[in-house]
Design a protein around this ligand. Structure first.
Ligand code: 5GP
Length: 122
């Protein structure tokens, strides 16, 4: 990461443009791109550009209020974008840490939709 000592992940390479990604939204603070292995017809990942200690949500504190708000607002905007394949609703997920199924240690918000998702959490 840019401002912490945790090792960088492949998301840093996506932010740097070193690994190509299908970007759907970008600003100074965040990047949103299509998941390479979609679990639903529409599956977008939203990530902070500056991880700043946000390997996962359990590390979040008041200093992250602004970026966490931005990530959720972006997720909501993405979830209503019919051109991305979203219909009437979406599921917004954060896998946090090993037990939560997190594989990439750079906080990211999954936005899943494009079909009716089952009422389950795994
Ligand atoms: P996690 O399991 O950490 O919550 O989610 C990581 C997500 O990143 C997975 O859904 C996986 O498919 C996605 N992913 C892994 N490598 C790449 C990549 O190189 N490009 C893109 N676009 N997504 C990736």
């Amino acid at each position: 990461g840019k401002t912490d000592s945790a090792p960088g992940t492949l998301f840093d390479k996506i932010i740097a443009g070193e690994i190509p990604a299908s970007v759907v939204k970008e600003d100074d603070h965040l990047l949103a791109f299509k998941d390479i292995n979609p679990m639903a017809p529409a599956h977008i990942l939203v990530i902070p550009k500056d991880r700043s200690g946000l390997t996962n949500l359990r590390q979040a504190s008041a200093e992250h209020t602004d970026i966490l708000g931005r990530l959720l607002i972006a997720a909501g905007e993405i979830a209503k974008d019919t051109e991305l394949g979203f219909g009437d609703g979406a599921r917004i997920v954060i896998n946090d840490g090993s037990d939560g199924g997190q594989e990439v240690m750079h906080l990211h918000v999954h936005v899943l939709g494009g079909r009716k998702l089952e009422v389950r959490y795994i």
